[in-house]
Design a protein around this ligand. Structure first.
Ligand code: PLP
Length: 394
């Protein structure tokens, strides 16, 4: 199907990007090859010169990968996308492509732990400076801007406390400084939030999460707004090489077909579970953007179409109670990651955010008593029953 731009996301999820092949395959097959034959020497030379369109070598382009990339690009409203070997490969490629020695980055302190660590410990080696701010407070973002700030990097809702950043206002701050706004849109998926419509310049995802949705692939993606930017990004990616392979791209494309159904059901479950947890006597506090008590409820709903299925909570009994909950809960598995059909529970301070400096963790409100849950698509009453039984131990 062509010209899917004006169709609903549900239809785009099923059809976008599909390759029309010579056999009439209904889904894009896996082109599990590293290299492609040239018709003759002139053909090879013209492909390398870019005079003719075609495939050369899978690190550069592959039909299965390209089909998946087109599908994600359409869902995000971008011109094109680059499939990466992991979400962190996408983060790395965005920094490597857009930054050079002497540049400065303003980064939200609510980003995925390794994203802040790669700036603090790795890009600092190449002369890139970074300042971490609570990006939900626009004054902090403005105050951190310098003449050499080339990028603002945010995740909203943030990880793991779900702090919301105003995407449009942050884009305005970036653009007034000739900087780019990069948004990690992993937590809400393209179904619930469209950062390009709010001024973002580059979007990335860990496709390991909602986009693939089945906890069986590690992958990432970078989506760009304009095609000229795409061409230069693609050249960088050809050099640094952290691309997704055809099999994983096929798996992700398969996962995308049900993404709208999955994220909507998970969000419906999460809303009911957040309401249940908020009333539970052993729970001190619950963070979920769908709750009326959520501090940035209005801002979140101004810029997003859904609340996602990530819940953070603090138990009255602190870390000890959190451990009892994690060790005793049924159905909900004790594991990091998120966005799959299965529900997961984890402890950010000792797990996903353990590599972050304690100082940055504290600035990001990641207390030792905080527990993070990713709600899946299981039966909601059974998930609530699992919490009810396990919280008896907490
Ligand atoms: N961004 C966010 C918001 C994440 O949660 C993660 C992983 O948990 C990443 C990026 C990194 O993705 P990956 O694990 O696919 O490298």
């Amino acid at each position: 199907m062509k010209n899917l731009e004006n169709y609903d996301n549900a239809t785009q999820c099923v059809h976008a990007g599909q390759l029309e092949d010579q056999f009439g395959a209904v889904v894009t097959p896996i082109y599990q090859v590293s290299t492609f034959k040239f018709r003759d020497a002139d053909h090879g030379a013209s492909l390398f010169k870019g005079e003719e369109d075609g495939f050369i070598y899978t690190r550069m382009r592959n039909p299965t990968v390209e089909a998946m990339e087109k599908s994600v690009a359409m869902l995000e409203g971008g011109s094109n996308a680059i499939g990466c070997a992991s979400g962190m490969a996408a983060v790395h490629a965005v920094f490597a492509h857009l930054l050079r020695a002497g540049d400065h980055v303003v980064c939200s302190n609510g980003v995925y732990g390794p994203t802040s660590v790669i700036l603090e410990n790795f890009f600092s080696k190449f002369g890139v400076e970074s300042t971490f701010v609570d990006s939900s407070d626009l004054n902090q973002t403005k105050a951190a801007m310098r003449p050499n700030t080339k990028m603002i990097f945010i995740e909203t809702p943030g990880n793991p406390t779900l702090a919301v950043t105003d995407i449009q206002a942050t884009a305005d701050i970036a653009h007034a400084n000739n900087a780019k706004l990069v948004v990690d849109n992993t937590f809400l998926s393209p179904i619930f939030q469209k950062p390009f419509e709010l001024g973002a310049d580059v979007i990335l995802h860990s496709m390991t999460k909602y986009i693939n949705g089945h906890a069986d692939v590690v992958g990432g993606v970078i989506i760009v707004k304009d095609n000229e930017d795409y061409k230069t990004f693609r050249k960088t990616m050809n050099l640094i090489g952290g691309v997704i392979d055809p099999f994983n791209a096929f798996m992700v494309h398969r996962g995308i077909k049900t993404m709208k159904l999955r994220v909507e059901k998970a969000a419906e479950n999460a809303m009911k579970i957040a309401e249940y947890l908020e009333k539970h006597p052993k729970v001190d506090r619950v963070w979920y953007p769908g709750l009326k008590s959520f501090p940035q409820f209005d801002l979140h709903h101004k810029q997003s179409k859904g609340d996602g299925s990530m819940i953070a909570m603090e138990l009255k009994g602190g870390l000890a109670a959190g451990k009892e909950l994690m060790n005793n809960i049924q159905i909900i598995q004790l594991a990091v990651s998120l966005g799959g059909v299965e529900s997961l529970i984890q402890h950010p301070a000792s797990m996903t955010h353990a590599a972050m400096s304690k100082e940055n963790r504290e600035k990001a409100a990641i207390t030792d008593g905080l527990v993070r849950v990713s709600i899946g698509i299981e039966d909601c009453d059974e998930l609530i029953a699992a919490f009810e039984s396990a919280l008896k131990f907490a």
